[in-house]
Design a protein around this ligand. Structure first.
Ligand code: AMP
Length: 215
């Protein structure tokens, strides 16, 4: 697939499908999928850093800005990101947006804004689970596995994220509205923002996303 943009920032509320679409796009383009949430979830829980990150995540709060910035920018400095990247879940605050802007310098990038209603996002979180082995995401209503609770590919039980419970999810939406959503105005003003209707099926959103990014 030939791309007009190779520095791609996926922006939107929790459960808007950024991670799912990033995986599809990464397969299609060969660009690395950089998810700050995945980086944090993969930290070693035997270290202070790992335990600290998990405690913020379990409360639905953002991890401290300097932690998110350092881990994400260190990852973006790796050789595989030189040709471009699909950034999922960063930036999430003004401080992070400033750090990213500085990092990107004058280079071209695009911000894709995944739009969906709060109700839709809450329903998705309630229904979502994924395979612990192949990481394929499922949803009880929209994209159920053939056998309830079991991955179609690996035949192992699906797992829910620790922070996908009602209380933590509510906090994550509150944090999104307070700290992340204000970045929209900034990206709109910069002319880098493109909106994407994220309420459609995974396939329909992927198609729209491909069309947006194609040369
Ligand atoms: P996600 O996988 O993107 O839904 O992120 C899961 C959790 O990881 C969030 O609720 C935060 O606790 C933490 N997190 C992910 N990205 C960031 C970020 N850019 N800044 C701070 N915390 C983050």
């Amino acid at each position: 697939m030939s791309l007009k943009h190779t520095k791609i920032i996926l922006f939107g509320p929790p459960a808007s499908g950024k991670g799912t679409q990033a995986k599809v796009l990464a397969k299609l383009t060969g660009l690395p999928h950089i998810s700050t949430g995945d980086i944090l979830r993969n930290l070693d829980l035997n270290t202070d850093l790992g335990r600290q990150a998990k405690s913020f995540m379990d409360q639905g709060k953002l991890v401290p800005a300097e932690m998110a910035i350092q881990l994400t920018l260190d990852r973006l400095k790796k050789p595989d990101c030189q040709k471009g990247f699909i950034l999922d879940g960063f930036p999430r605050s003004l401080e992070q947006a400033e750090a990213l802007k500085k990092f990107l310098g004058g280079s071209d990038y695009i911000v894709i804004y995944f739009t969906l209603t709060l109700k839709e996002a809450v329903d998705r979180i309630a229904g979502r689970a994924s395979c612990p082995q192949c990481k394929k995401p499922y949803n009880d209503k929209k994209d159920p596995p053939k056998k309830s609770g079991i991955c179609d590919n690996c035949r192992v039980p699906l797992v829910k994220r620790d922070d996908d419970n009602e209380a933590t999810a509510a906090k994550r939406f509150q944090v999104y509205n307070a700290e992340t959503a204000p970045l929209l105005a900034r990206y709109k003003k910069s002319g880098k923002l493109v909106e994407l209707d994220a309420t459609k099926s995974i396939e329909a959103v992927s198609k729209e996303l491909k069309d947006l990014l194609a040369a």
